[in-house]
Ligand binder design. Structure first.
Ligand code: NAD
Ligand code: UD1
Length: 338
């Protein structure tokens, strides 16, 4: 009996694989390493004393999937694999729809053929789109997405709803992550963006160790507490635990359900800078620039549904997110290439 984790060598996937192994689950990872290194799985093994079976393959490869399902008794699938850079998705929409949408269809077909019916999907707060009022609640309509990346997540959620209706054997949960940050407390695992980071906290961390000169704060004139963008940041180990809670819940439900994974608290960019400075003792140079295209002023989760139905809520606050980010960045200045 094993759990298949697609994209399990990536940032959130590897932390979830660690949490699954620590709980005593058997884990099989499928990852084409387009945005990851196998070193993350070596670190998982180092920390847990256990190894996940690893297949360096693509979710769009149905023969590879048939082999994985044939060689292991898979009971459920956690599906992280996909492309996630919002800006790049505008330049390369076909790649995003092929990986994120078509890839998921190939995976679902392989699951159906193998008789595996439990599925957890990595969705995103971005599916609420630009017109939803905050805090975002699961009952709100989704869509109105502003990038091919966001649209790919929305499309997959539509597919999953239709699919779960048509095949009542399937139990499916979409987890809508808000802004995952942080790293494992050991400092051995964390986020390893290739090139210039798109996201806020990896950028701040690279300024702190001197790899980047200063942070560009995108927008100082939003209608927020200090004029900078507000988001709901969530520790990656809390995200990982959310998947374990969702796995347990899958066994009790039929059909499709979506849950927010967020803290319910919004912090501004400048609050994030200050919190990082406090945790690291390093001053972060920054300049305020015009707004980044496609950014929303402020959003955060209504985190009640996951609390009530999954029995899950965040355990780690801003100080821990910053401490662990800094610990990882200091110990691994070049990520897994160190
Ligand atoms: P990541 O890039 O670190 O992990 C994704 C993994 O999938 C990588 O290891 C990559 O090599 C692999 N992959 C990509 N395409 C593949 C394919 N066709 N076949 C097999 N493997 C493939 O990203 P992450 O931050 O860990 O995100 C995991 C999931 O969560 C993604 O689906 C992402 O869209 C979603 N998500 C992430 C965030 C975030 O802020 N990190 C927020 C919301 C949703
Ligand atoms: C982005 C994606 C979202 C995705 C999420 C997690 C966009 C529009 N949205 O969310 O779909 O799910 O990443 O991968 O890209 N900021 C700066 N300077 C920086 C980087 C960011 O000021 O160098 C600000 C942003 O303007 C924003 C906040 O920091 O206000 C967080 O940005 P980021 O970490 O990129 O996440 P999101 O934009 O919320």
């Amino acid at each position: 009996m094993a759990i298949l984790v697609t994209g399990g060598a990536g940032y959130i996937g590897s932390h979830t694989v660690l949490a699954l192994l620590e709980r005593g689950e058997d884990v099989v990872v499928l990852d084409n390493l387009v945005n990851a290194s196998e070193e993350s799985l070596h670190r998982v093994a180092q920390l847990t004393g256990k190894t996940a079976a690893f297949y360096p393959g693509d979710i769009r490869d149905s023969e590879c999937l048939a082999r994985v399902f044939g060689e292991h008794q898979i009971t459920s699938v956690i599906h992280f694999a996909g492309l996630k850079a919002v800006g790049e998705s505008v330049q390369k929409p076909l790649e995003y729809y092929q990986n994120n949408v078509a890839g998921t269809l190939v995976l679902l077909e392989a699951m159906r053929q193998a008789g595996v019916h439990q599925f957890i999907f990595s969705s995103s707060a971005t599916v609420y789109g630009e017109h939803s009022p905050v805090p975002y609640q699961e009952s709100m309509p989704i869509g109105g997405t502003t990038s091919p990346y966001g649209t790919s997540k929305w499309m997959v959620e539509q597919v999953l709803q239709d699919f779960a209706k048509a095949d009542p054997l399937f139990s499916i949960i979409a987890l809508r992550y808000f802004n995952p940050v942080g790293a494992h407390e050991s400092g051995l695992m964390g986020e390893d963006p290739g090139g210039v980071p798109n996201n806020l906290l990896p950028y701040i961390a690279q300024v702190a160790i001197g790899q980047r000169e200063q942070l560009s704060v995108f927008g100082g004139d939003y209608p927020t507490k200090d004029g900078t963008g507000v988001r709901d940041y969530i520790h990656v180990m809390d995200v990982a635990q959310g998947h374990l809670a969702a796995m347990d819940h899958l066994k009790q439900i039929a059909g499709f359900k979506a849950y927010n994974l967020g803290s319910g608290i919004g912090y501004s960019v400048l609050e994030m800078v200050q919190a990082f400075e406090k945790a690291s003792g390093v001053t972060i140079a920054y300049q305020i620039l015009p707004r980044r295209a496609g950014d929303l002023p402020a959003f955060w989760a209504d985190a009640e549904l996951a609390k009530q139905e999954l029995g899950w809520q965040v355990q780690r606050g801003l100080d821990v997110m910053m401490r662990d980010t800094w610990n990882w960045q200091r110990k691994n200045p070049r990520g897994y290439r160190s």
